[in-house]
Design a protein. Structure first.
Ligand code: SIN
Length: 288
């Protein structure tokens, strides 16, 4: 069966059919998939029946997988610490701590010096309606700015601070865990315009979830332009709203996209995703 790529929106995203991710994949097929990934930024593979080993094997084709050895184990797969559950199901009789992950536009781990290259979700339960994820194309976000602003942003760095994001979940996370996470994630600097290492294209690399100010400027001085960039980067025509189906495997490129997990459903309706992520390059540095 040959590979078919069907676009999901003008801005980004495509469904790949004609491939069974449970089977060993040739270099030729994988190269076609990576080419499609570079072009569409998010790929979705429908109706995949994978065991965890096969899921890990597929994710590993994209690079070294993130392992969560240090984190609370309730959400980690006992044999595959690369796999993390994003769920609203109760865990050990307690409300899930991952039930509201990603409720602000962000790109994974941009608050570290080594943000994630890619993230995968394997959808196992989805509410009857809702539970969608939105994505935006950060190449287009940059390319649709005026040239004068592009030139100015090309020279700037910005602060990405996990504390900003934590303040949104602080109401239900244990204070000790919050303090430990803050300590483990000091603010970092990243270029505002990131050059993708594989495509050479420029992407606007700021997000409402964690970007707090431009390097060398105060929050007050940065606020107006940052608000404009946050709003501009998620203009509807730059985005895709993905409606998940059970057994979808999705993989997106964090170097040129933002995403947002919508709270468009009731927590009485189960949503369960198995998340994995691929480590990226070291491109930032800790704020001194
Ligand atoms: C995330 O932000 O990584 C979670 C995305 C989702 O659950 O839709």
């Amino acid at each position: 069966m040959s590979l078919t790529i069907t676009k999901l929106s003008h801005a980004l995203g495509a469904v790949v059919s004609g491939v069974d991710l449970a089977q060993p994949m040739s270099e030729v097929v994988f190269e076609k998939i990576t080419q499609a990934w570079r072009e569409h930024l998010l790929l979705v593979f429908r109706d995949q029946q994978l065991d965890f080993k096969q899921y890990v094997a597929f994710g590993s084709r994209f690079g070294e997988l993130e392992r969560h050895l240090h984190q609370a184990s309730d959400y980690l797969h006992p044999e595959h610490p690369e796999i993390y559950s994003i769920t609203n199901r109760e865990m050990n009789g307690k409300p899930s701590e991952t039930r509201d992950v990603g409720r602000e536009w962000h790109t994974d781990k941009s608050y570290t010096v080594r943000p994630l290259k890619a993230t995968l979700l394997y959808c196992k339960q989805i509410p009857e309606a809702g539970g969608d994820t939105m994505f935006t194309n950060l190449y287009y976000a940059y390319e649709t700015l005026s040239p004068a602003l592009q030139s100015m942003l090309d020279e700037l760095w910005a602060v990405h601070d996990f504390s900003k994001r934590l303040s949104n979940v602080a109401t239900y996370l244990d204070p000790e865990k919050i303090a430990a996470r803050r300590k483990a994630s000091p603010p970092v600097h990243h270029r505002v315009v990131r050059i993708h290492p594989e495509t050479g294209r420029k992407a606007l690399y700021v997000s409402k979830a964690v970007t707090t100010r431009f390097q060398g400027m105060t929050k007050a001085e940065s606020e107006g332009l940052l608000s404009h960039l946050f709003e501009h980067s998620v203009r509807p025509e730059l985005t895709l709203r993905h409606r998940w189906q059970v057994n979808d495997v999705g993989i997106w490129d964090n170097r040129c996209t933002l995403h947002l997990a919508l709270k468009d459903f009731e927590h009485t309706s189960a949503r369960h995703m198995y998340r994995m992520a691929v480590l990226g390059d070291t491109v930032g540095h800790v704020v001194q």
